[in-house]
Design a protein around this ligand. Sequence first.
Ligand code: ADP
Length: 748
Amino acid sequence: MKPKTTPKNMLDLTEILLDDNQSLSFNMQGFSMYPTFREGDRGIVEKCKPDDLKPGDIVVFKSKNNLVAHRLIKIINENNKFIFIAKGDKNKHVDKSFGADQLVGKIFTFERNQNIRSANMPYRKFIALHFSKIAIPFYNFQLRINHHYGNMKTKFRSLKENIRLISKGSKKELYQNGIISLLQGIVPFAIIVCVKELVDRLTGLNNENSHQFFLFLVVLIITAILFLLSGILSELKSYYSEKLSQSVIRRVYKRLHKKHASLDLANYENPDKQDKIHRAVQEASFRPIKMLNEFLSGIKSIASALFLIGLFISIRWYLLLILVIATIPGILIRLKFSKKFYELKDTQSRKEREMYYYNRILTGFPFAKELKLFGFFGFFKKRFNTVQENLFDEKIALRKSELRWGLFAQIFSIALIFISLGFISYLKINGQISIGTVVLFFFAFQRGYSVLNELFRSVTMIVEDNTFLNDFIDFLKLPSETEVYSIGKTSFSLKNEISIENVSFKYETSKRFAINSINLKIPAGKTVAFVGANGSGKTTLIKLLCGFYHPDKGQINYDNKNAVEIGQTKICENITAVFQDFALYNIPAVENLTLGNVQIPFDLERAKNAAKQAGIDDILEKLPDGYNTMLGNLFKGSEELSIGQWQKIAIARAFYRDSTLILMDEPSSALDADSEFQIIKSLKKLSKDKTAIIVSHRLSTVQWADLIYFFEKGEIVETGTHTELLALKGKYFSLFMKTNKEMENNQD
Ligand code: ADP
């Protein structure tokens, strides 16, 4: 048993404190100190003299730069020099002997469940010293049982929580289905009992006894009613089960979408979290309802099983035992394989995402042109096939092994059942039971076997579903931006300036800083440009300004208020942005614009004005249905636009928002020179009372900016107006000259 963490400086500190007569407590790990301590106890160590020690004490000593707490088994005193021998792990291994110089202290007392207890337990010391060979295996067994019990308790708790979570809001439907399942579990067995009664009554029936005939008729009618009830229940089941399914799915999707919308951007860039999201989305569509159905089927089987127990007890109880034994191998195999399948799924999710990605390339429209042009269909098909084959092979290998074990379990069960049936026949031949009871047994065995199988199948499936569902629950528990960034303690304002103070930022998945110690100011009402080569950190700074990420160092202030405290939600409400990878929405043109501000009522005039400022108004007006024309190519009657036109739509969307701050990341990359000029004019006009930040590597776009920041490798290397930067004859100047030369060459 080792006290936790003993790096060198900790070791020194421990000794200094103990020398100073302080007592220290350590969290105990392992179980070599049994039966005195348990894992999790806090052993309180005090300094002691070598003479004070006795065999059976728990001593703390230094061993290879580590502090070890073990039980002392022998003390040798040679010429006044002490040699101590202690026993370590599981009380089995004798440690290397150590001297007084290595002795640190002794555990006199310990803390368990907030109670301080004495470590001097003579009876336990005695057991540990003389009977550890018997006591330790016993302790191990006890630990294992506790472990399994603890596991089961945790599983059961998570099951209860998960069922509550997924059935939240669908309680009524769940109860309706529960009652139907309960009845469905009982009715078939009630029918079997009635059939037994019919057979027995029929055998003893004679024409003269009208009372017997009357009773026979009553049983016949009851049987018919039960048959009818069984039919009605199965009809009701399909209706109510559909109702439950719809109600649950509706809520699951609601939660799924809500969570997606609130997730912080970094989640989409981290492969591990992407795997989790992938699994959650995949599972969410069917797993909750599957789990509830299994749960209902469990209720049905439990009802049947209870009925069955009564039945067997009334005839021959030990046959029930045989029935239970017959199902055990099947259950164990199912449990084992459901765990294995989950583990496989876990390891396969990355490959699955890879496969889906290749499938998207092979079937998705955005890739179709390049696929044809470069003819790389075969390339991706081969990759898809390799991953798919690999996934399938792993799955099928596991299924094969499951099949082998499953067949073995079936043979075992059927053999037991046949032995029981033989025994029943023997009882009949000996005249101990009636023919009706034989019929009852045959049916009860056949149904009972499937009920028990069904019951345990449901239990294992529920456990399996629960394991998978945990992915969805974990996904729901992923920190959302509201928790991470959108704390929003203070309000947003931009009347003076944005100041970026010593900001550095590294993406979660990257080892390099994307931006490094950046200091800059953006005066309110001015237009500022970020220029620099690709990968120099411009977009990253824009994303930080939007509040999508936190700086790792430094801070961003809007009018002296820290962006972190304003929170992402409030920042986004007050700004507008056009990103390089803007999205295309297959909805009517006007909605493509009004999406820019869904908080205000739909405003057609404002949308038209925004379209005009972005230079897309004439195109939209000429569409077959004007502003109401559906854009894109997904739906019938849509009109597809060019990429430059889509970009103008994205810019118009930003203009429609009409915010204090406009962020534009390469807003005109797909535009021709005229369009670019028009947008710049609009932006300039708009930004009189607004602040604008524009990212570009086209110097023609940024010449008119009030201030230009030149980025290089995540840092700002030059600052000034276009004229000042040219006069500086630095990097901006070189880039400007290079661009001009290229343009001249192009004109030639
Ligand atoms: P720019 O906008 O100037 O072209 P970016 O800000 O996009 O540059 O990128 C700056 C650096 O950050 C680059 O080295 C890039 O590889 C890295 N980077 C950008 N986006 C991510 C991301 N999502 N995850 C990890 N690294 C990124």
